[in-house]
Design a protein around this ligand. Structure first.
Ligand code: UD1
Length: 337
């Protein structure tokens, strides 16, 4: 069965390609290499023994999307990762984000609806909940007005899919990720942030290896036990496996609604200081850090209630924070060696 993975050479995309191939799916990966590297294909091959079919396509070009789907009419499912995800950049350049994240979604859906099997998995984010009133966050928590164009593209993306599914053959699962971290245990693929990392874990591992002098902890005066923000850090391999299960649910027609939504997290919240200390434990070294002002737009706490994914998908995150950090550290050491 042929599956299209857009953004297939990116961080979550590449790990999902591996899990799909491990389950016997034939994968066609699309990527424009704007935030990824062609060498990821070899990493995937070293892990699975197989290179996915690769198409270097920019999904913002509508005619390229149309030509792609004419060529691959036997696709039975699409996992759509291709998107930009830097919050600050989206504030600076909102039109880039609406073009990258919304236009591309529209073009893919336009072609998908022409296929006999229109199964669609969408990368959404816990950012849609904003600062939720109750922890842990269930899928029923209300969607809050987005604070960045990036966050808005995830909300609008979900709405587009809901509208389209009502009147077409599209069946979809929206996956709301909490904080994906880590790398494949083989250290053959992992996260490759361009420039200075914005996210906590790549910043920590780059500090650990000496590329960055020290980590800035954004605020220790939050109303949390140690004053730093709380997030739900999920191992990217656990996350990737959830995509395969969600896809199988659509392929087997087990979905009970045209569009279903699931939180993907571990269910456990960790503070920034807890992440630092866990990293120190797995790496066996002290991490230099200083406390600085809060970062604009950060919520105090966000961690998932994963009951729905556990019960309905039969999926549960298995890796601990330490295992995830350990894999991120192995990867950082490998790419710098
Ligand atoms: C961020 C985005 C989120 C997006 C996700 C994509 C914001 C407000 N949210 O999530 O919408 O889906 O990335 O990957 O940008 N921290 C530090 N020092 C650092 C970096 C981070 O203290 O150098 C802290 C942050 O304040 C936060 C935690 O670490 O409390 C996690 O930050 P990060 O990894 O950037 O993820 P989110 O902000 O949760």
């Amino acid at each position: 069965m042929k599956i299209l993975v857009t953004g297939g050479l990116g961080f979550i995309g590449s790990h999902t390609v591996v899990e799909l191939q491990n389950q016997g799916f034939e994968v066609v990966a699309i990527d424009n290499l704007s935030n990824s590297s062609i060498e990821v294909l070899e990493g995937i091959e070293r892990i699975t023994g197989k290179k996915p079919i690769f198409e270097n396509i920019d999904l913002r070009e509508k005619s390229s999307v149309q030509n792609f789907f004419k060529k691959y009419q036997d696709i039975v499912g699409v996992i759509h990762f291709a998107a930009s995800k830097a919050v600050g950049e989206s504030v600076e350049n909102p039109l880039l984000y609406y073009e990258n994240n919304i236009n591309t979604l529209v073009y893919v859906l336009q072609e998908l609806t022409k296929l006999p099997q229109a199964n669609f998995i969408f990368s959404s984010s816990c950012t849609v909940y904003g600062q939720a009133e109750k922890m842990p966050i269930t899928e029923n928590a209300s969607v809050q007005p987005a604070i960045s164009p990036y966050g808005n593209t995830k909300q609008i993306g979900e709405e587009i899919i809901q509208d389209v599914a009502k009147v077409t053959n599209v069946n979809s699962i929206l996956l709301r990720y909490f904080n994906p971290i880590g790398a494949h245990p083989s250290a053959e693929i992992g996260e490759l942030p361009k420039g200075v990392p914005q996210n906590l874990v790549p910043y920590i591992t780059q500090t650990g290896i000496g590329i960055r002098k020290e980590l800035s902890v954004y605020g220790n005066d939050y109303p949390t036990p140690d004053g730093t923000c709380i997030r739900d850090y999920i191992h990217v391999v656990d996350l990737a496996k959830a995509h395969v299960i969600a896809l199988q649910r659509l392929l087997n027609k087990q979905n009970v609604e045209k569009v279903e939504t699931f939180n993907l997290g571990t269910g456990t919240g960790s503070s920034v200081l807890e992440v630092i200390h866990a990293f120190e434990k797995v790496s066996g070294q002290k991490l230099p850090y200083k406390i600085v002002d809060r970062r604009e737009g950060d919520v105090i706490a966000a961690y998932a209630n994963t009951d729905k994914a556990n019960a309905v998908l039969g999926w549960k995150a298995k890796s601990s924070l330490e295992e995830a950090l350990s894999s991120a550290w192995d990867w950082e050491q490998k790419i710098r060696s």
